[in-house]
Design a binder for this molecule. Structure first.
Ligand SMILES: C[S@@+](CC[C@H](N)C(=O)[O-])C[C@H]1O[C@@H](n2cnc3c(N)ncnc32)[C@H](O)[C@@H]1O
Length: 309
């Protein structure tokens, strides 16, 4: 795969500061099994040559490597050098003493993984030496100014009859059940900050229509919503970490009702207070729904039969 590195600014507004990279890793631990299952259901399988668009720290790349096995290869592409440094360091850790992509373990395959490499490029400006069998991406389409044009351009990198599968979040269902005041304020702060950043409540619910607008006929959709109480090791820490990453934006813009900002108080202690509140109420936190849509690229028109008079 030949990279063409554009000098266009990357579109990722959350940046790649260490706190954001930590948040992405936490998020990837919660959603890894969901992504692995959805990609296998979409048809990602042995021997494929794959491009992972907007790979970040490489979590989806590693999941794909496990799904395609030793005969396949996957290239993670990202515009952020910090994200790629972390992805490459993780790849080195995984490959120590194992196969080309290392043992990954998140997808439940447990076997050897396919070859992995990472490239820096601002998509869709990438040139490949040959089309891939599959184009995948998680939480990347929603960050594009023109996701339809982005999808159309990247579709051109996939061989006819190949797979295109993207996963995005839908944040409409984010809540605690039963509702509790502090959790409600924090979750409203998160969705408010995301919307203020020019995003709506996640591209998940729009993914099907994005595919259609890009000229792709969706072959399948899956949607999974993780949820968990205070004993869950990932759900509450991820919600709190996400709030802390986004809260400078909340306070800078004065987003949300004053009552919410007062209820939330000091971001440094919000996690402990939220845990106590949820525990006392016996409440569960309902996290963003991971929506995956997949399609097959159109096969080239078969040659017209020649009529011999
Ligand atoms: C929310 S992160 C998701 C990372 C990874 N896919 C995951 O799910 O863990 C989005 C990533 O996409 C990258 N990205 C966004 N737009 C991009 C573009 N046009 N070209 C290359 N990378 C892009 C960002 O740099 C960021 O690392």
């Amino acid at each position: 795969m030949k990279p063409y590195v554009s000098d266009r600014a990357p579109a990722y507004t959350l940046g790649h500061a260490p706190e954001e990279m930590d948040r992405l890793l936490l998020q990837a631990r919660l959603y890894g099994p969901v992504t692995a299952q959805a990609l296998r259901q979409a048809g990602l399988g042995p021997g494929m040559r794959v491009l992972d668009a907007g790979c970040g720290a490489g979590d989806v790349t590693f999941i794909a490597a496990e799904a395609i096995g030793p005969g396949g290869s996957v290239t993670g592409v990202d515009a952020g050098p910090e994200a790629l440094d972390l992805a490459r360091a993780r790849l080195r850790d995984r490959t120590r003493g194992s196969g080309p992509g290392g043992a990954v373990g998140v997808g439940g395959g447990g076997g050897e993984a396919g070859a992995v490499d990472f490239l820096r490029a601002t998509l869709p400006d990438v040139v490949l030496d040959a089309p891939v069998d599959a184009l995948i991406g998680r939480l990347v389409l929603g960050h594009q100014d023109d996701p339809v044009a982005f999808l159309r351009r990247l579709t051109g990198l996939v061989r006819p009859g190949g797979l295109i599968a993207f996963q995005e979040f839908d944040n409409h269902g984010l809540r605690a059940v039963p509702e509790t005041p502090l959790a409600g304020a924090v979750l409203r702060g998160i969705t408010g900050a995301l919307c203020a950043g020019g995003k709506d409540r996640g591209a998940g619910a729009r993914l099907y229509s994005l595919f259609r607008q890009a000229g792709l006929v969706p072959a399948g959709i899956s949607a999974t919503t993780p949820m968990g109480g205070v004993e869950d090791p990932l759900v509450l820490p991820l919600a709190v970490h996400t709030y802390r990453t986004l809260c400078p934006r909340v306070s800078a813009t004065g987003l949300g009702p004053d009552a919410d900002r007062e209820a939330i108080g000091d971001p440094a202690t919000v996690g402990d207070r939220m845990r106590a509140e949820l525990d006392a109420a016996g409440a569960v936190l309902i996290m963003p729904t991971a929506v995956t849509v997949w399609a097959t690229t159109p096969a080239p028109p078969s040659e017209a039969p020649v009529n011999i008079p």
